[in-house]
Every structure is written in structure tokens, then in C-alpha cells.
Design a protein around this ligand. Structure first.
Ligand SMILES: *[C@@H]1O[C@H](CO)[C@@H](O)[C@H](O)[C@H]1NC(C)=O
Ligand SMILES: *[C@@H]1O[C@H](CO)[C@@H](O)[C@H](O)[C@H]1NC(C)=O
Ligand SMILES: *[C@@H]1O[C@H](CO)[C@@H](O)[C@H](O)[C@H]1NC(C)=O
Ligand SMILES: *[C@@H]1O[C@H](CO)[C@@H](O)[C@H](O)[C@H]1NC(C)=O
Ligand SMILES: *[C@@H]1O[C@H](CO)[C@@H](O)[C@H](O)[C@H]1NC(C)=O
Ligand SMILES: *[C@@H]1O[C@H](CO)[C@@H](O)[C@H](O)[C@H]1NC(C)=O
Length: 486
């Protein structure tokens, strides 16, 4: 028996090491045959960046900025993933690009801020691949639907928020007050949508003694554009702001800020609290940059808000059978994950990876693919996930340890495929297996089911992004206040 067992073990070990050897061989050959691409890339400086016209032009421009930035700024491709632009989707970030050009100037970029986790762990490292597991999509979209619905109702009835008041005449009214001039646009729309929706909602109380939570209404995206503050002044501004409210009002001191929250979608937010550490340590940070490995972000205490482009009008749909491409990815090669992805699949006919110009409109690619890949870039944010969900394309999250939006309510495995960055070489096998086994149909159906959670409205609608964020806040309200009786 023992002999048989050990013989089996030996056999297993031999075949396992054969597989590993073959993998290594595969990596070595695929990488050496694609390494030209990086230098080749340098020749692409003058390609026509004008995106083809499309109803989603804004989005296209957003994608193109991504590429433009890399081509013109010559970001180091592999020394670090960090950079304070949110290269993951780049739009509207020109001020960042400008300050990045300055190089020597003080900037919020600090390469040691983020523990670059995907480096060194990529497939090229020759580590053994994790097994291609069948995806279990039997589970429902929600972890505990009944409990969620019950708790949500309770939240909707009782949650109260106090917003620190600011007069219209406050010199920084533009930073603190909701911006009602037309609909906010672009990458950071989630930040302004939230503030507008909250200030109009039934959650607001004027009576701080009734409040469960206190909202710090500053907008980091607005601070960047305010010449009096600017990128370099954000940290001091926030420090002053916390000083002000903690002296003017008794609320901050009662909990050290633990019943306070702010909302920020710009990636600069992740360093903005450095001079007011109580905020990042105690308060609830509702942010778009939500990785377990961002200094300043604490998973489970803080909450991830999805980065969503405002897209009014009817959501387009397409049946899975009409989605001809297996997978789609577009974006600049600005991180090791993306580099590896592009190098591995650049010539594939089923997985379309694009590091520069798209021949078809972005929306068409998202509608025409079964899976849409979100690969970690300079930044960890979720814009492409929002795009995929909007177009009914099953998101493939290619980044390790994201705190995915609403992950405590939504069962991401039921509508997305989260793939380790180590498994880029197996992507096609993993995805084809899902399609062949019919699991794809379930995933795609579930994507349609969760779409409502990834959508903003001018006037919030139950279970939309606004209400989901309110729910995230509700489950995080837990601080005990110190009362002073003198
Ligand atoms: C992809 O195709 C181009 C052009 O045919 C070729 O030069 C390149 O080596 C190919 N790359 C891979 C990884 O096969
Ligand atoms: C840059 O930062 C250093 C150290 O924090 C500081 O002494 C210096 O004044 C800053 N320079 C500018 C231009 O802000
Ligand atoms: C970057 O962050 C590290 C670690 O937090 C810190 O020691 C260093 O002083 C920072 N550098 C700059 C330029 O801010
Ligand atoms: C939540 O509250 C709003 C405003 O009172 C109400 O219109 C909506 O029906 C409520 N939703 C649920 C699910 O209770
Ligand atoms: C803090 O209060 C002072 C004095 O009222 C004011 O001048 C300053 O603008 C305030 N700062 C912030 C960031 O709110
Ligand atoms: C809050 O605490 C700070 C620091 O201890 C103190 O200076 C401030 O006066 C306190 N605020 C209030 C309103 O008592």
C-alpha cells in the first residue's frame, strides 16, 4: 500500500514538474518573442490619436488619454506601478500630467506609498500556475439577499447624516457645496453625484444629535482645480479643515472622527489625508481607489465606491450569442500586469488586447465581447469594471486583492471572473472553459442583474449606486461616542 502510494506520489510529482517545466518554457518563449513590442512602442509617438466619433466619444477620449499619457510622458513601464495619475483610465487628468512633467517639483507621487504587489509575482517569474478552477456560478448575486433587503429597508428608514454646513458665501463654497451646475462628468462623477444626491435626500438631518454619521463635504476633485489649493495644497487644506471642525463643533472629538466620512473618486485622495492621519485611521473613507495594498486605505473599515461614467439614456444590450470576441481589453501598458497581458495576447484572435488605437468604437468592443478585462494600471480603480457592467460584458478582474465595490453585499464571483495576475497565460483557457460549460450564460445574466447597482441617477433610485453607498455607510456605523457632562 505504502509503496503504491509513494509511487503514485512520485508519479504525480514527475508529471507536476513536467507541467511546470512546460509552463516555464511557454513563458520564456512567449516573453522573448514579444519583448520587441516594448521598444517598438517607442515608434508610435505620432499615431493619430483622434478617436473615431461615437456616441461615447467622452469615453473614447478617456481611453485615448490613457494611451496619450504613456506615449508622451514615457512613464517607466516596469519600475513602479505607482504614479499619481490614475492611469487606469486617465481621463481629465491633464493637471496631473503637467505636474508629473515637473518631475523635481514636490508632488503627491510617492512610489513607496503603494506596496506594488503584482510585481515579481507575475507569471514570468516561473512560479507554478494555480490550477484552472471551474467557476461556481450557482450562487446568487447577493451573499444574503433576504438579510440585505431587510437591513436595507431599515437603513432607508432610519439612517441620518449630518452634513457640515457651509454658506454659499464661504470662499471655498466650490469645495464644500454640491455642484448643481449641470451634470458632473468624467471620471470623478461618482464623487459629485454622491454629494448632490445626498444633499437632496431624506437621509440628511439638520439636527446633529439625530445623526448616525457626519459627512465631511470637501471635494478632492474640486481642490485639484482650485488655484488657491491645487494638487500641492490638498493635504494642508484637509488638515486645516479637520482642525476647524474639531474646534468649532463637538462631534469630531467624541469619536476621533470614527463617525465621520468623506467621498473621493480621484486617486489623489489616497495621499490627501497624510497630514490629517485621524481621517484615514478613524473615519470611513468612501473611495474609488480601493486596494488592500494602498497605504491609507483600510479594507472593511473603508468602502469602495465604483467609478462610473454618467451615461444617461437607455442602456444598450446584446445577447451573448452575438458577442463574437471572447475577451476585450484596451489601455496603455503602464503596469506590469498590463504589460504581461498585452505581450501574451497581442496577436490573439479571440482575446482582443489593444494598447493603442481602437479600430472600432469602445462601446462596440464592449458590446461585442463576452468578457471585458480590467487590468490594474498605475492605479487601482474600477472605471473599466463599470464600463463592462454597463455594456453587459462579464468583467474579468485581473488584479490581486481589490476591495471590489459592494463586495460585502454582492457576490462578485456570480457575475465577474477574478483572475490572479499570475494566471495571465491561462486566461484563454479559463475563459473558454467558462463559455463551454454554460457558466458564461449565468454570469452574463447576473451582470444584467447587478447593473442597477452600478448606475447613478439625477434623482436616486432604490438600489442604485447612491443607495448602495448609503448602505455601505450604514453597515459601518459603529462608533461609541464620548460624552462630556461638564
Ligand atoms: C505578433 O505579430 C507581429 C506582426 O505579425 C509579429 O511581429 C510579432 O512577433 C507577433 N507577436 C507574437 C507574440 O506573436
Ligand atoms: C518640497 O518639499 C520639501 C520637503 O517637504 C519642502 O521643504 C519644500 O519647501 C517643498 N518645495 C516646494 C516647492 O513646495
Ligand atoms: C514617501 O513615503 C515614505 C513612506 O511613507 C516616506 O518615508 C517618504 O518620506 C515619502 N517621500 C516623499 C517624497 O514624500
Ligand atoms: C426608501 O426611501 C425612499 C424615500 O422615503 C422611498 O421612496 C423608497 O421607497 C424607500 N425604499 C425602500 C426599499 O424602502
Ligand atoms: C478654517 O477656518 C479659518 C478661520 O475661519 C478659515 O480662514 C479657513 O479658510 C478655514 N479652513 C478650511 C480648510 O476650512
Ligand atoms: C477637540 O480636541 C482638540 C485637541 O484636543 C481641542 O484643541 C479642541 O478644543 C477640542 N474641540 C472642542 C470643540 O472641544
Amino acid at each position: 500500500m505504502a509503496i503504491k502510494a509513494s509511487f503514485k506520489g512520485l508519479f504525480f510529482m514527475i508529471s507536476a514538474s513536467l507541467i511546470i517545466l512546460r509552463m516555464i518554457f511557454f513563458f520564456v518563449t512567449s516573453i522573448s518573442s514579444t519583448s520587441k513590442l516594448i521598444t517598438f512602442d517607442q515608434d508610435h509617438h505620432h499615431f493619430d490619436m483622434k478617436p473615431p466619433f461615437d456616441q461615447s466619444t467622452e469615453i473614447l477620449i478617456n481611453q485615448y488619454d490613457d494611451v496619450i499619457r504613456v506615449l508622451h510622458e514615457e512613464q517607466p513601464l516596469s519600475t513602479s506601478d505607482d504614479g499619481f495619475g490614475d492611469g487606469s483610465n486617465g481621463g481629465g487628468s491633464l493637471p496631473e500630467v503637467a505636474s508629473q512633467k515637473g518631475g523635481g517639483e514636490n508632488s503627491t507621487a510617492n512610489t513607496s506609498q503603494e506596496v506594488v504587489h503584482d510585481g515579481g509575482q507575475l507569471s514570468a517569474g516561473g512560479s507554478a500556475p494555480s490550477e484552472v478552477k471551474p467557476v461556481n456560478v450557482e450562487q446568487a448575486v447577493y451573499h444574503e439577499k433576504d438579510i440585505f433587503l431587510e437591513d436595507y429597508k431599515q437603513m432607508n428608514k432610519t439612517l441620518k447624516i449630518y452634513i457640515y454646513p457651509h454658506a454659499k458665501t464661504d470662499p471655498f463654497a466650490n469645495i464644500f457645496l454640491p455642484d448643481n451646475r449641470g451634470s458632473p462628468g468624467g471620471n470623478y462623477a461618482s464623487e459629485s453625484y454622491f454629494k448632490i444626491a445626498l444633499s437632496m435626500s431624506h437621509f440628511v438631518t439638520q439636527d446633529p444629535s439625530k445623526a448616525d454619521l457626519f459627512f465631511l463635504p470637501f471635494s478632492i476633485a474640486s481642490m485639484r482645480h482650485d488655484k488657491r489649493i491645487g494638487v500641492g495644497g490638498i493635504k494642508d487644506f484637509i488638515k486645516d479643515y479637520i482642525f476647524n471642525i474639531s474646534h468649532k463643533y463637538p462631534f469630531w472629538n467624541r469619536t476621533g472622527g470614527a463617525d465621520h466620512f468623506y467621498v473621493a473618486c480621484h486617486s489623489i485622495g489616497r495621499t490627501a489625508m497624510e497630514k490629517a492621519p485621524e481621517v484615514s485611521i478613524n473615519a470611513i473613507q468612501v473611495v474609488c481607489s480601493s486596494s488592500y495594498f494602498l497605504q491609507g486605505y483600510t479594507a472593511h473599515k473603508d468602502a469602495s465606491i465604483p467609478q462610473i461614467w454618467p451615461r444617461p439614456g437607455v442602456r444598450p444590450t446584446r445577447h451573448p450569442s452575438k458577442r463574437e470576441m471572447l475577451a476585450f481589453y484596451a489601455g496603455a501598458m503602464n503596469s506590469r500586469v498590463r504589460e504581461s497581458l498585452v505581450r501574451t495576447w497581442i496577436n490573439d484572435s479571440e482575446i482582443g488586447v489593444h494598447q493603442n488605437r481602437l479600430k472600432t468604437p469602445y462601446s462596440e468592443s464592449l458590446l461585442g465581447s463576452k468578457f471585458c478585462i480590467h487590468a490594474k494600471g498605475f492605479e487601482v480603480n474600477t472605471a473599466r469594471i463599470g464600463d463592462a457592467i454597463y455594456y453587459g460584458c462579464v468583467p474579468v478582474v485581473l488584479a490581486d486583492h481589490y476591495d471590489l465595490p459592494f463586495g460585502d453585499v454582492l457576490n462578485w464571483d456570480s457575475f465577474a471572473v477574478v483572475v490572479s495576475t499570475q494566471d495571465i497565460a491561462f486566461l484563454k483557457r479559463i475563459l473558454n472553459k467558462i463559455v463551454d460549460s454554460d457558466e458564461y450564460m449565468k454570469l452574463q445574466k447576473n451582470v444584467l442583474q447587478v447593473q442597477k447597482h452600478f448606475q447613478w441617477h439625477q434623482i436616486p433610485v432604490d438600489f442604485d449606486t447612491f443607495y448602495m453607498v448609503m448602505y455601505e455607510l450604514w453597515v459601518r456605523r459603529s462608533s461609541v461616542r464620548i460624552h462630556s457632562f461638564n
